[in-house]
Design a protein around this ligand. Structure first.
Ligand code: MN
Length: 203
């Protein structure tokens, strides 16, 4: 058993103009593949590679010290990107509905306020990292950022939505304009998937 690069549910050019085809192709086939390959190399010979990556990242205390950084970076990279691809869809998908919509209104006031908070948090992340909407340990919605490929799972939180703000996610098209990329990204978010993750996480 080993971890595999997930297939995308859309073509590399399908998220244009918000994310260009070349960025998508390199991001998926080079960056994400690299995390998968290095994760597999780090887990070679252990019994951990039969476990879901979420379980490994939630139980890092069970990883030996010499493997820990490789698992955090590459296991995090694999989990984060797997979610990231799933969260996007050509043309976006509507608005949050049902229980997620109610919780967003309760915790943030409105969807626009949530989007503003995730955006400013992602833009403010110094260097490489991610902006997140998570469900925290008390099952409250929370906006956080993490550096590098650190996963919210390592903090005991469940990621519901995450935007990759590594330069490899946007530099070809947006160069240094991270805020423009972050703003454009909301056009391709699949809120149905976020809602499904929320439902699963609260139960
Ligand atoms: Mn990335």
């Amino acid at each position: 058993m080993s971890f595999q690069l997930p297939k995308l549910n859309y073509g590399y050019s399908d998220l244009e103009p918000h994310i260009d085809a070349l960025t998508m192709k390199i991001h998926h086939t080079k960056h994400h593949q690299g995390y998968v390959d290095k994760l597999n190399a780090a887990l070679e010979g252990s019994d951990l590679n039969s476990k879901p990556i979420e379980e490994i990242l939630t139980n890092l205390d069970q990883i030996s010290e010499d493997k820990k950084d490789a698992i955090i970076n590459n296991g995090g990279g694999h989990a984060n990107h797997t979610l990231f691809w799933e969260l996007m869809t050509p043309g976006g998908a509507k608005q949050p509905s049902g229980a997620l919509q109610e919780q967003i209104t309760k915790d943030f006031g409105s969807l626009d306020k949530l989007i503003g908070e995730v955006s400013s948090t992602a833009i403010a992340q110094f260097g490489s990292g991610w902006g997140w909407l998570v469900l925290d340990q008390d099952k409250n919605l929370e906006v956080i950022s993490t550096p590098n490929q650190n996963s919210p799972l390592m903090l005991g939180m469940i990621p519901l939505l995450g935007i990759d703000v590594w330069e490899h996610a946007y530099y070809l098209n947006y160069q240094n304009r991270r805020p423009d990329y972050v703003q454009a990204w909301w056009n391709i978010v699949n809120w149905d998937i976020v809602g499904q993750k929320f439902q699963k996480a609260v139960h």
